[in-house]
Write a protein that binds this ligand. Structure first.
Ligand SMILES: [Zn+2]
Length: 257
């Protein structure tokens, strides 16, 4: 049986209804970051003193043609209500609602948001920068999908000496194996892991992960599932990645029964 009715993959309203239910159960605030092209862009955060603590940052829906990431994040959240109540949390479930609805990488202006996170004046990334400014993050997971991918892979931006993504991938790639190519996009990769300290020379504009890294987040992982694989497998693998990443880095993430 399908885990997700396929016609709802690009239903922004259904996605937000799902997040409202999570926010209520997990006692998270659900706030409007901005409104673009008639759609509210939401974020969720912990309440009370937990806002001051080091937070777990989770983001998806930066690119609208990557629905496995957006629904995978929701699926993970629905299964981890207790964790969401206990931890300090900051979640951006879909920064590009127009793109999700239209099934496009770009946003309502035809812009790739993930090259605009350095821009204070941008109508999406500007409010995002003000919202994240001064926050202390302990881990950030930026969830994406890739049409060219032949399996799952991770960009790891880390202040730790040892890589962690190999271990994480071992625990979330049951349905979809790690991408085995030695060169992914333009980066050198090994067993689905790309470790990065700086941006490729030809990249214009900063992606979300790089800005989070610059903000001082010690571990920022950008996870990619292959868009051409089954949607159900991608959704499940995204949810499993979040569980595995939090489990290995923070000792969190076991699925609640
Ligand atoms: Zn993407």
């Amino acid at each position: 049986m399908s885990l997700l009715p396929h016609h709802r993959a690009h239903d922004y309203r259904a996605l937000i209804i799902g997040w409202r239910a999570v926010a209520q159960k997990a006692r998270l605030k659900m706030l409007v970051l901005t409104e673009v092209s008639g759609h509210k862009v939401w974020y969720l955060e912990s309440t009370g003193s937990r806002v001051q603590q080091e937070a777990i940052y989770l983001s998806s829906g930066v690119h609208g043609d990557e629905p496995g990431a957006a629904w995978g994040l929701l699926k993970w959240a629905q299964a981890h209500i207790e964790l969401l109540r206990k931890e300090s949390i900051l979640i951006c479930p879909c920064l590009n609602p127009h793109g999700l609805i239209a099934n496009t990488r770009v946003d309502h202006r035809g812009e790739d948001i993930n090259r605009r996170f350095h821009l204070e004046e941008d109508e999406v990334c500007g409010p995002w920068r003000r919202m994240t400014q001064g926050r202390h993050l302990k881990i950030a997971l930026c969830l994406h999908e890739d049409y060219d991918a032949q399996g799952c892979y991770v960009y790891e931006l880390s202040r730790y000496a040892e890589p962690i993504s190999y271990q994480i991938l071992q625990h979330c790639t049951h349905a979809i194996p790690p991408d085995s190519r030695s060169k992914i996009d333009i980066s050198r990769a090994r067993q689905g892991v790309i470790r990065r300290r700086r941006l490729p020379r030809d990249m214009v504009g900063l992606p979300e992960a790089m800005v989070l890294h610059h903000l001082g987040c010690p571990l920022t992982l950008t996870f990619e599932t292959p868009s051409e694989f089954s949607l159900d497998d991608r959704v499940q693998t995204q949810a499993d990645f979040i569980s595995a990443a939090l489990s290995f880095t923070l000792g969190l993430g076991n699925t609640e029964k």
